[in-house]
Design a protein around this ligand. Structure first.
Ligand SMILES: NC(=O)c1ccc[n+]([C@@H]2O[C@H](COP(=O)([O-])OP(=O)(O)OC[C@H]3O[C@@H](n4cnc5c(N)ncnc54)[C@H](OP(=O)(O)O)[C@@H]3O)[C@@H](O)[C@H]2O)c1
Length: 307
C-alpha cells in the first residue's frame, strides 16, 4: 500500500511540532510548508517553502499529497493589534489558503481532505452561561471575523471535491510553549490570580488530545465539517487559576487583576483574556472521539507532574 503523505503548513509551530512525530510513528510521510528553508534530518519529514505575499509555493510541494493540515498563521495573541498586525493575522491564514487552493486546482491527483485550524474565538469574546455549539452564529468582534474568513477559506476546497475538517480549537495546553507558558508566570511567583472578573470561561484542550483530533479527522473519512475541539470540563478563569496553582504546588493570590490594567497593557486584545463562554464538544464525541484528558486537573497534572 502507498504510504500517505501529509502536507502541514506552519508545522514548525506548537501544534505541528507535537503532531508531526505522532504522524511519523504511524507511518505517514510529512511535508512541512514553511516561510523559511530548513533541512530535515529525518527520513519521513521534508521541508518546502512558500511566500504568501508573493503567492508562490516551492515546486512539487503539493504533488502526491493526500491530506493538507493548515496550521500557519501569525500568532493572534503574540503582539498588540495594530492595523498592520490585524491585516497580517488575516492574510497569513486566508491568503495562504487561497494560495493552496490555486496550487491544488492545477494538479490532477488532488488531496482527499484539508484540515484547517480555526478557534473558539469564532463565537466572539462574550461571557455567557450559554454553551456554544457548532451551529451557533459567529460573534461580531475581530477574532470572530478572522475565524469566519479562515473557515470560508477552508470550505472553498469543496468546489474541488476535497472535503474539509475545521476544528474550532480552545486554548491549547502544552508544556512546550503557547498560552500556558505565559499564564503560569505569576503562579510560579506565588501571585497567580483571576484576570478581570474571573467569571469568563476558558475553553481548553490538552495538546495531545488536539493531535488525536487531527489524526481522527485523517483516519475517519466521514468526519467533515466544523467541530469544536475543546476538553470536557467548562472552567472559569478563576477556577483555571486555582487549579493551576494547586497542580504547581503554589499559592493562589485572591485579589483579581483589574480589567482596566489588562486593557491598558493589551488594548483591544484584552477582550480575549477578559471574556469567554462555554463551548460544547458533544459533536466530536458523538462521532466516537474520546478525550484522554477530560478534566483540567488531569491535563495540568500530566503537563506539570507527568502524571
Ligand atoms: N495554540 C493555541 O492555543 C491555539 C488555539 C486556537 C487556535 N490555534 C490556531 O492553530 C494554529 C496552530 O497553532 P500553533 O499554536 O501551533 O501556532 P504557532 O506556534 O504560532 O505556529 C504557527 C506557525 O505559523 C507560521 N507563521 C507564523 N507567522 C506567520 C505569518 N506571518 N505568515 C505565515 N505563516 C506564519 C510559522 O511557521 P513557519 O515559520 O515555519 O512559516 C509558525 O510556526 C494557528 O493557526 C493558531 O491560530 C491555536
Amino acid at each position: 500500500m502507498k504510504k500517505e503523505t501529509i502536507l502541514i503548513t506552519g508545522g514548525t509551530g506548537l501544534v505541528g511540532s507535537n503532531l508531526i512525530p505522532k504522524l511519523v510513528d504511524k507511518g505517514y510521510d510529512v511535508r512541512i510548508l514553511s516561510r523559511s528553508k530548513k533541512k530535515s534530518d529525518k527520513k519521513n519529514i521534508s521541508y518546502y517553502t512558500w511566500n504568501i505575499k508573493e503567492q508562490t509555493i516551492e515546486n512539487g510541494a503539493l504533488v502526491g499529497v493526500d491530506y493538507i493540515i493548515h496550521l500557519a498563521g501569525a500568532g493572534i495573541a503574540d503582539k498588540k493589534w495594530t492595523y498592520e498586525r490585524k491585516k497580517l493575522i488575516i492574510s497569513s491564514r486566508v491568503a495562504s489558503l487561497n494560495l493552496l487552493y490555486k496550487e491544488v486546482e492545477k494538479i490532477t491527483a488532488k488531496p482527499k481532505k484539508i484540515i484547517s485550524a480555526s478557534g473558539i474565538g469564532y463565537y466572539g469574546a462574550v461571557t455567557k452561561d450559554k454553551i456554544f455549539e457548532e451551529s451557533d452564529a459567529s460573534g461580531t468582534d475581530f477574532v470572530a471575523d478572522v475565524c469566519v474568513k479562515w473557515e470560508d477559506g477552508a470550505k472553498q476546497f469543496e468546489s474541488l471535491n476535497i472535503s474539509y475538517f475545521v476544528p474550532r480549537i480552545g486554548v491549547v495546553l502544552s508544556d512546550k510553549g503557547g498560552a500556558l507558558d505565559r499564564i503560569k508566570i505569576p503562579t510560579k511567583l506565588n501571585v497567580g490570580a483571576p484576570l478581570g472578573s474571573g467569571k469568563q470561561y476558558m475553553p481548553w484542550i490538552h495538546i495531545d488530545d488536539l493531535a488525536s483530533v487531527l489524526m481522527y479527522a485523517i483516519e475517519n473519512e466521514q468526519i467533515t465539517g466544523v467541530y469544536n475541539a475543546v476538553g470536557d470540563e467548562h472552567v472559569t478563569n478563576k477556577v483555571f487559576s486555582k487549579k493551576l496553582a494547586k497542580v504547581m504546588g503554589k499559592a493562589f493570590f485572591m485579589p483579581h487583576v483589574p480589567a482596566f490594567m489588562l486593557k491598558l497593557v493589551f488594548g483591544e486584545m484584552a477582550n480575549i483574556i477578559l471574556e469567554g463562554s462555554r463551548v460544547s464538544n458533544s459533536q466530536l464525541k458523538n462521532e466516537g472521539f474520546s478525550f484522554k484528558y477530560n478534566t483540567l486537573e488531569k491535563a495540568l497534572n500530566n503537563l506539570f507532574n507527568k502524571n
